[in-house]
Design a binder for this molecule. Sequence first.
Ligand code: CUA
Length: 181
Amino acid sequence: MAITSPEKRVWWNEPLHRPEVIWITIAFLWGLLMFGMMVYWHVAGRQNLSNEAYKVFPEKFAEKVEDMVAKYKVREEGATKIPVVRPPPGSDVYVLSRLWEWWPILELEKGATYRLHLSSMDWQHGFSLQPVNINIQVHPGYDLVLSITPDKAGEYTIVCNEFCGIGHHQMIGKIHVVDKK
Ligand code: CUA
């Protein structure tokens, strides 16, 4: 028993009991199986998107987001007048996270593919896209890039799902997906 001191000081040379060997073997094989499943599900499962990640300075990332907003802003929404941008299909689109907002609101076309970039200006946030349940951790200093093709028109909500302080519960963003006209 682990809560009593070992009888011999050099306990690690004692032979293993059979049940212990069996359990270690089972745990090891299970671990190998689970490891294999990560690879298998990556290919075969309906997993969360796999991303690319690049190092980026927060200010540089913010510049790119602001460029996109300046070019493709179509209107503003809500009391805080958050810009809604409609970048061309196939382009690089950006959402930044900071205490405590997702900025700006993207308006994407159904069926078009975009490269979505996510990064944080301060500390870690969680990008949880509802109701489709996509979850991505968003870190400062990293540009996470996801290839996305929205397949259903509607309004999607970004919920921050990493606790990030007093405004965490209010950190809610939006992505619109529209049918092309
Ligand atoms: Cu951002 Cu919680």
